[in-house]
Design a binder for this molecule. Structure first.
Ligand SMILES: NC(=O)c1ccc[n+]([C@@H]2O[C@H](COP(=O)([O-])OP(=O)(O)OC[C@H]3O[C@@H](n4cnc5c(N)ncnc54)[C@H](OP(=O)(O)O)[C@@H]3O)[C@@H](O)[C@H]2O)c1
Length: 386
């Protein structure tokens, strides 16, 4: 038995009752609770991991709020969440070839690939029987692990920020660019205007765009995150100057600013991730033939749009999810070279994980939240863990 965080349908119901179903008042820290889980036997193709660090992810907030689906209830009353981790290999099954004890590995969260590799289900969320990695130890299939690029130039906390967000950004970027290129070839136009709205995935998306020579714009309410991206040559736009698009006047003003920044052209590619009021703002500032791509629905699950207007401008909406296994490995090659994530200033202790999720949901963090799970780190990791 090891300690691991769980979300139960009972805890979700109790918290909803406490706040009279007002989701704005839910305290996620009361729903995400420390529990114990029995580790399965290490099978021939399994790897036994000691979890060193994890990043906090929004699907945990969705699970605790039950705002999209009540996943704890659907999974039989309890889930053990956590689908992004860095761990030290403790033991391996007899058929494991890519890892040995002492290696440092990243997890990915593609729970069940379809025949083209895209996830049908997400590990530790809707994949049946899956046990997540917000715990002290885990037993995972070798197929779920990628060797950690310890010499990529990032520090350990930065590496821990990426296993879920980097593959998502990598998938979003190659899809968005590929779709744009179906409509407008490189022969006609080399340089694109690319916009991302606040959030870790969008930041990584913009790093890809910038790295490939495009003009990148980051529209966020966080001065710390805008400043971090500006240092990489990504133009900041203060989302709060446009009241987070509370009404049509704000969207019009934002569109004016986006057009001013792009010589009247607008954004060829927009990474949304949030939906809600962000969606119409992203559509308004799109250039002709633009592509609007998202893998998230943090502010709203549903969107409305003017189909005729989209046709006239030849706009395309694309919806992605987490990456394929091959895509996850390829995204890992770009750690440090392209992906330089912003990290929240506090590295949380394991017992503070519920607070980390609560603060992420309250949007008070200055970067991606990281939780140190193991109280002691192996020497190779400690050397790059400031
Ligand atoms: N499908 C997938 O595989 C996948 C993978 C990863 C993430 N996601 C989803 O994508 C979404 C974003 O994830 P992330 O990891 O990038 O999140 P993140 O790093 O925590 O960033 C979320 C951002 O949301 C912005 N925000 C919060 N409240 C807002 C509001 N009221 N109006 C406008 N912006 C607001 C904040 O930006 P500012 O305050 O800086 O503006 C914050 O930085 C989540 O819903 C997550 O579940 C999906």
């Amino acid at each position: 038995m090891v300690k691991a965080y769980a979300i139960t349908a009972d805890a979700v119901a109790a918290e909803r009752a406490r706040v009279n179903d007002d989701l704005d008042k839910v305290d996620i820290a009361r729903v995400v609770r420390l529990d114990t889980v029995e580790l399965p036997e290490v099978g021939p193709t399994d790897v036994h991991l000691r979890i060193l660090a994890v990043s906090a992810e929004h699907n945990l907030a969705h699970a605790a709020l039950a705002d999209t689906v009540n996943i704890a209830e659907l999974r039989g009353g309890k889930i053990f969440p956590g689908n992004s981790a860095v761990g030290e290999v403790v033991a391996v099954g007899r058929e494991v070839t890519r890892f040995k004890p002492g290696d440092i590995a990243l997890t990915h969260c593609n729970g069940e690939p379809d025949r083209f590799g895209y996830p049908l289900k997400i590990w530790a969320y809707d994949q049946p029987e899956s046990i997540g990695w917000y715990g002290e130890e885990a037993v995972v299939g070798e197929w779920q692990l990628i060797p950690a690029p310890m010499d990529c130039g990032l520090n350990f906390w930065e590496i821990a920020a990426l296993p879920l967000r980097a593959p998502t950004a990598y998938h979003l970027w190659r899809r968005a660019l590929g779709i744009y290129r179906v409509k407008v070839s490189r022969e006609h136009q080399a340089e694109l205007n690319v916009l991302g709205f606040g959030g870790g995935v969008s930041e990584l998306f913009l790093m890809l765009a910038k790295h490939e020579g495009h003009n990148a714009f980051f529209c966020s309410g966080s001065p710390e995150r805008r400043e971090a991206l500006e240092k990489l040559g990504i133009t900041p736009i203060d989302q709060k100057a446009f009241n987070r698009f509370a009404d049509r006047g704000d969207i019009k003003a934002f569109n004016g600013e986006a057009k001013k920044l792009t010589g009247g052209v607008g954004m060829h590619i927009v990474c949304d991730m949030l939906r809600g009021p962000v969606f119409p703002a992203g559509i308004a500032c799109s250039a002709r033939q633009g592509v609007n791509v998202s893998a998230g629905w943090q502010l709203s699950k549903a969107i409305n749009y003017d189909s005729a207007g989209m046709s006239v401008k030849q706009l395309t909406l694309d919806h992605t999810h987490y990456d394929t296994l091959v895509g996850c490995a390829a995204a890992t090659e770009l750690y440090g070279k392209v992906f330089k994530p912003t990290i929240h200033r506090e590295i949380y202790a394991f017992e503070d994980l519920p607070r980390a999720i609560h603060e992420m949901h309250a949007n008070t963090q200055t970067g991606i939240p990281i939780i140190q799970v193991a109280s002691s780190l192996p020497a190779s990791v400690a050397a790059i863990a400031p």
